[in-house]
Design a protein around this ligand. Sequence first.
Ligand code: SAM
Length: 276
Amino acid sequence: MTMRLKDSLSGVLTAEEQQAFVGSYDVVGDIAIIIIPEILKSHEKLIANAILAGNRRIKVVAKRAGLYGGEFRTIPLSILAGENRKETEVKEFAIRLRLNPESVYFSVRSGNERRRIASLVTPGESVLVLFSGIAPYPLVISQFSSARAIVGIEKNPEAHAYALQNLQLNKNLGNIILYLGDVCDVLPTLSERFDRVVMPLPATAVTFLPDALQALKPGGYLHFYDFQRPNAFIDSVAKITDSCRACNRRVKNFTIIRCGHCGPRTYRICIDARIC
Ligand SMILES: C[S@@+](CC[C@H](N)C(=O)[O-])C[C@H]1O[C@@H](n2cnc3c(N)ncnc32)[C@H](O)[C@@H]1O
């Protein structure tokens, strides 16, 4: 597909423009999301229409109009071709997820990681998903495990609204409770402690470790996400051991999982840790 797209524009772009043209794009549901370098700005509609023409499943082509940012990790998008909408539906392992990729964070690339976490959940567990977004972790865990209860907490009101909608779309999954609010405000109101706590907020999750540990039962499992360089994975483990020390807890054992890339030589990793 990438080659065909590049080929279809080879007669139009100069050699320099051709060089700058990546030719690949993300697909979220039926929306293609492309990055247009400045040098290609005058050809952006042409590129967008070539994507539409080359893939019948794509109904909207949008470009990134900024960077991921803010507390909600969202990205501005600008529509270049196709239907005039930003809402779509993604299928992840038979789970239906509605979302607007501009107003909520969602990464299609983390699907296998969510499925991996679900496969670790044993029957009867209670699972807490902090930063639950549009609820992909709660729904995939509910679908692929026999968890007793799954609780999610999300601060972005739009993401929470989609999460509630997604619970309705996947009706047979009845063991999920979702809270809207800041993890720091909601967690102290929950009386239950959990068998497993998932923290999918790389880079800044460390700030929330004291609250997460407080919510985790002795002997429970923590899944702590971080961005890290290959030779510094152990620094991410140290963030957990330091937090444990501060509250008289201990890391019994841990595994480091690479679950994505983020920029050159930086990985998205998950530390699976058993905490006493
Ligand atoms: C990297 S996204 C992950 C979303 C979702 N778990 C997923 O896999 O698609 C992090 C999420 O944390 C939310 N968030 C950031 N700070 C928060 C806080 N203090 N309390 C609750 N949610 C927060 C953001 O709005 C965002 O939806």
